[in-house]
Write a protein that binds this ligand. Structure first.
Ligand SMILES: *Cc1c(COP(=O)(O)O)cnc(C)c1O
Length: 367
């Protein structure tokens, strides 16, 4: 077996100290942990898709620029004409590309709690990762603290998720604009949840050259394809394109995403259904004694349980066959917090029923 000495000699200490991104085993569970769209497509559409990809030339490298798919993405996402577009194997890959392109030792700034990959990749690249806590309960940006951090660290890059993950809110517009104004480097607006929110920075791109808008098809309903994109100033995108691996979007993803997005009405209907269900689930959680469900502009809800029982509720849900995300171990602003993805109406009803049972179990069992 290889010795620790060897590992320490070969790998960056930041990497040795990290843990791999962990994905819970969801076998036989109702999966409400990962912000996936619970719906697939009508059978007729699946047949059409299979017919379409029948022609895929798997023996050839895919189009390195995925030109056809980019045109479709531009139309569906209303990307401004002047902006250039770069595709990634999920937006995770784009986060990695952005961070890999920064000068050694650059600072990266984002609010916390936030999307884990910003930190994971920054730390692995030995960048100076800095985070500023959100305000308690409102989960709004702490603007003075963000501006102080900008002055102090001069971040080469700032990540803002809009709507935010794991809190599901849209940050105050004026606070965001003040941060964009003050930023000495790039500002990445991560719009992974744009399909569920009626807000976006896409149309602001022409006025703000150091702003980039990043999106993904994962939460929309195509998580299995692994496709994200970033839009912004052509000279900025050009630099990222230099370190993108030539064929990062495989042919099946290119063809399938293009096909799917050309049938965007299907996703529009699913998204509308998810938003309707979101209101119902939110209201039902809020009716439970001692629970708070925070307002959501995404396809998930952050909720707070009565003090000290989040772990027990999470486990009792799992026991009943429902997998959600336990955020309580993160402590801080997320003490007693759980995160649930909106599922089908049947799944949501089952979740609420299971949640009530879990609460009763906790009440009758002393901690
Ligand atoms: C899910 C998520 C991503 C990653 O999306 P992929 O395209 O699946 O890699 C990025 N940012 C945020 C805020 C997310 O919640």
């Amino acid at each position: 077996m290889i010795s620790n000495d060897f590992l320490e000699r070969i790998f960056r200490k930041q990497i040795l100290a990290l843990s791999a991104y962990s994905v819970a085993d969801a076998k036989d569970l109702i999966k409400l942990d990962a912000m996936e769209n619970p719906y697939h497509w009508p059978d007729t559409l699946i047949d059409e898709w299979l017919e379409y990809i029948r022609g895929a030339e798997l023996n050839r490298y895919p189009d390195p620029n995925a030109s056809k798919l980019v045109e479709t993405l531009r139309a569906v996402n209303k990307i401004p004409q002047h902006a250039a577009v770069l595709l990634g194997n999920g937006s995770d890959e784009i986060i990695q590309l952005l961070l890999m392109a920064l000068p050694v030792g650059s600072s990266v700034l984002t609010p916390e709690p936030g999307f884990v990959m910003y930190k994971q990749i920054s730390v692995s690249l030995a960048l100076n990762f800095q985070s500023v806590p959100l305000l308690p309960d409102s989960f709004e940006l702490d603007l003075p603290a963000m501006l102080d951090a900008i002055t102090q660290h001069q971040p080469a890059l700032i990540f803002l998720a809009y709507p935010h993950n794991p809190t599901a809110n849209l940050f105050d517009l004026q606070a965001i604009e003040a941060i964009i104004q003050a930023a000495p480097g790039l500002v990445i607006m991560d719009e992974a949840y744009a399909p569920f929110a009626e807000a976006s920075f896409m149309d602001k791109l022409p006025d703000m050259p150091h702003l980039l808008v990043m999106r993904t098809v994962s939460k929309l309903g195509l998580a299995g394809l692994r496709l994200g994109f970033i839009a912004g100033d052509p000279a900025i995108i050009e630099q990222l394109n230099k370190i993108r691996l030539p064929y990062n979007i495989n042919i099946l993803t290119q063809m399938s995403a293009d096909f799917a997005l050309s049938n965007n009405h299907v996703f529009e209907a699913q998204t509308a259904q998810i938003c309707t269900e979101r209101s119902k689930v939110l209201e039902q959680i809020n009716q439970l004694e001692g629970f708070i469900a925070y307002p959501s502009a995404a396809n998930f809800i952050l909720l707070r349980t009565p003090t000290g029982i989040a772990d027990a509720i999470f486990n009792a849900l799992k026991q009943q066959g429902v997998l959600i995300k336990n955020l309580a171990p993160n402590k801080g602003l997320l003490t007693d917090c759980l995160r649930v993805t909106i599922g089908t109406p049947e799944e949501n009803i089952f979740f609420i029923k299971a949640l009530k049972i879990a609460l009763n179990t906790c009440k009758s069992t002393p901690l």
